[in-house]
Design a protein around this ligand. Structure first.
Ligand code: T46
Length: 155
């Protein structure tokens, strides 16, 4: 069975997911239920806020962690890099979540004033699951791509 450690993830797997938005004259409500639109069990929730202008967060990848990031207030940019291709996504809607798969390097910047980044994660915090060195991440990502069955070359 494919596991997060053996699966080959790319930036194309980092999908924007629309969450339900319930609106009435009192305002809007968005809810998130485990496994409903989210392809993992939520094990941890954290949020990033009061980010000084010009600051950058993240700058790392995870071996097997899935996350969903939501701009519950304000906006910020998420730069994704799977070691081969890069893509940037602006998050600015509280009813939109960006899935980030394992083995995708992410940098978050351009935080607006008052921005809050809510993160839902598939596992508890574990520093040993981080790649915090880009060159090391790139070596592992390249190896995984080369050894993946979809990359088999037949002569
Ligand atoms: C990610 C981006 C979006 C904890 O103790 N528990 C936690 O759950 C987290 C996420 C962090 N920490 C500690 C570890 C560091 O001492 O908080 C400190 C700051 O963490 P870090 O530098 O990793 O924060 P960011 O904003 O650079 O990255 C975080 C997540 O680590 C990361 O997975 O994708 O937010």
């Amino acid at each position: 069975m494919a596991t997060a450690m053996s699966q080959l993830y790319t930036i194309e797997d980092c999908l924007l997911t629309q969450l339900d938005k319930i609106s009435d004259i009192r305002g809007n409500l968005t809810y998130i239920e485990g496994k409903n639109r989210i392809p993992f069990d939520i094990s941890r929730v954290y949020y990033i806020y009061d980010v000084p202008a010009g600051s950058q967060r993240a700058g790392h990848a995870h071996q097997s962690l899935f996350q969903l990031l939501i701009a519950v207030a304000g906006s910020f940019d998420v730069h994704l890099d799977d070691g081969l291709n890069k893509r940037s996504v602006t998050l600015n809607r509280p009813y939109e979540g960006l899935l980030i798969t394992p083995m995708v390097w992410r940098i978050i910047d351009n935080f607006s004033s008052g921005a809050v980044c809510l993160a839902l994660a598939s596992a508890p915090y574990d520093e040993s699951s981080y790649y915090r060195d880009y060159d090391q991440f790139k070596v592992v990502a390249d190896k995984r791509r080369q050894s993946h069955p979809t990359n088999t070359v037949t002569n």
